[in-house]
Write a protein that binds this ligand. Structure first.
Ligand code: ZN
Length: 287
């Protein structure tokens, strides 16, 4: 089962989120039949949003990451809640571009140049919206920049997806480590050294390390304290009932127009690719 560990270290001056998300990213792959590079893009974003979701305070808060790029993959949308339930889709699921010289999937080129937008719905009148230009397109670096620029929180973000030969997801996970303003220089320097010399996240998972192990490698010497273990899942809350409500909210005239012109409606959920078909009878019932 996928889960996130929420932890603190250095007497509360460092906070950490670390996640394994293989099953969640595999579910996304099954829904969307993404090519490896787009599985990596979507999986990294799902992993990030699961952790950013668990930073939210209230049960009804929602977080969305939207990437728009001029690459072949065009971008993606991922949404999550405070219980680390996530869902998402990419604008073009099948992108086939060469690997990078280092053998890694080229998410940067698949997304191209563009923007990353973080939208937080905290139940207020207006959602919080923070936008940055994509500075790398690899997502983790972009989020590091986002945290520094929009939330004034120095952070280290690592996100990884390892795709198997049959395109299934072999490993996925990542971490977000944030340094609070009261952190002392020694901790910051030691942490920077550690991050600079650490193997890639999915390599550590491949070697059989649990996220508990990786958390200890990162923060073990700073009195790491695990506060919470949060399950992560791919969860789409669409249903025929919700789609009916959406149709009803269009208003009577609009529904009558649909009956007259189209004799029915076919509504598609982008997050789980389910279709909801309404024939003339169904629509009349809604009226
Ligand atoms: Zn759905």
């Amino acid at each position: 089962m996928d889960y996130i560990l929420r932890a603190t270290a250095g007497e509360g001056s460092v906070r950490a989120f670390i996640a394994n998300t293989r099953e969640t990213v595999q579910q996304a792959f099954l829904y969307h039949q993404t090519s490896p590079v787009m599985s990596a893009a979507l999986g990294r974003a799902l992993t990030a949003v699961s952790m950013m979701g668990s930073m939210l305070k209230s049960d009804t808060d929602l977080i969305t990451i939207k990437i728009n790029g001029n690459g072949e993959g065009k971008g993606l949308v991922v949404t999550g809640d405070s219980k680390a339930r996530v869902k998402g889709y990419v604008f073009n699921p099948v992108v086939d571009i060469p690997l990078k010289p280092n053998g890694k999937l080229d998410v940067q080129n698949a997304l191209g140049e563009g923007t990353l937008t973080v939208i937080k719905d905290l139940g207020l009148k207006e959602p919080y919206v923070g936008q940055i230009p994509l500075i790398s397109g690899e997502i983790a670096e972009d989020l590091t920049y986002y945290f520094a620029k929009s939330e004034q929180t120095p952070s280290a973000v690592s996100l990884g997806v390892l795709v198997d030969r049959d395109y299934s997801i072999k490993q996925a996970g990542g971490f977000i480590i944030q340094v609070m303003p009261d952190a002392n220089e020694d901790i910051i320097n030691a942490l920077e050294n550690k991050l600079a010399t650490m193997k890639p996240f999915t390599t550590l998972l491949e070697e059989g390390n649990s996220i508990e192990d990786i958390l200890n490698m990162l923060l073990g010497e700073f009195n790491v304290n695990i506060l919470d273990k949060i399950p992560v899942e791919y969860y789409c809350n669409c249903s025929r009932e919700r789609v009916e409500k959406a149709l009803i909210s269009l208003g009577e005239k609009e529904i009558q127009d649909i009956i007259k012109e189209d004799k029915g409606a076919n509504l598609h959920c982008h997050f789980c690719n389910k279709d909801y078909v309404f024939n003339e009878e169904d629509l009349k019932k809604l009226l």
